[in-house]
Ligand binder design. Structure first.
Ligand code: THU
Length: 141
């Protein structure tokens, strides 16, 4: 499974995330984050966190990645990484795991601080589009 994404591609993702982190707007937490993802068509996307004086409406770096994905025509995420100011790998927050799951599914590879894990490992039993589909089917039946 982890063979599908080469070391070279992980390196490009890491560098892209570090680059995005440098553009973060994080005056309140002073914790800039950069994220990058590989799409199934080969595109590489990135995002940075964008904070707000109304702290609760802060956009995580992952939101930028997903905005980039949809605005660029959509697709499925294959690999993902995010970094802090030191360029160290960090874990995506719970909300962002859910946001990423919508556009990847269980197989997404995430470069966590301890190594590569799948979405299924970091968000087991996730609620997703298929669950809504079941409700629609029940309503129709
Ligand atoms: N942050 C992200 O951008 N992504 C995450 O997955 C974790 C947290 C940002 C939000 C906030 O601007 C800062 O990190 C501190 O929480």
């Amino acid at each position: 499974m982890t063979n599908e994404v080469t070391e070279e591609v992980w390196q490009v993702l890491h560098e892209t995330a570090v680059d995005a982190m440098k553009r973060a707007y994080a005056p309140y937490s002073k914790y800039p984050v950069g994220a990058a993802a590989l799409v199934d068509d080969g595109r590489i996307l990135s995002g940075c966190n964008v904070e707000n004086a109304a702290l609760g409406v802060t956009l995580c770096a992952e939101c930028g990645v997903i905005s980039d994905l949809i605005n660029g025509g959509g697709g499925r995420l294959v690999a993902f990484t995010c970094v802090n100011e030191d360029g160290a790998k960090i874990v995506p927050c719970g909300r962002c795991r859910q946001i990423l799951f919508e556009h990847s599914g269980k197989e997404l590879l995430l470069y966590m601080p301890d190594g590569i894990q799948t979405m299924d490992q970091v968000l087991p039993g996730a609620f997703g589009p298929a669950d809504l589909h079941q409700i629609t089917e029940r309503a129709d039946g």
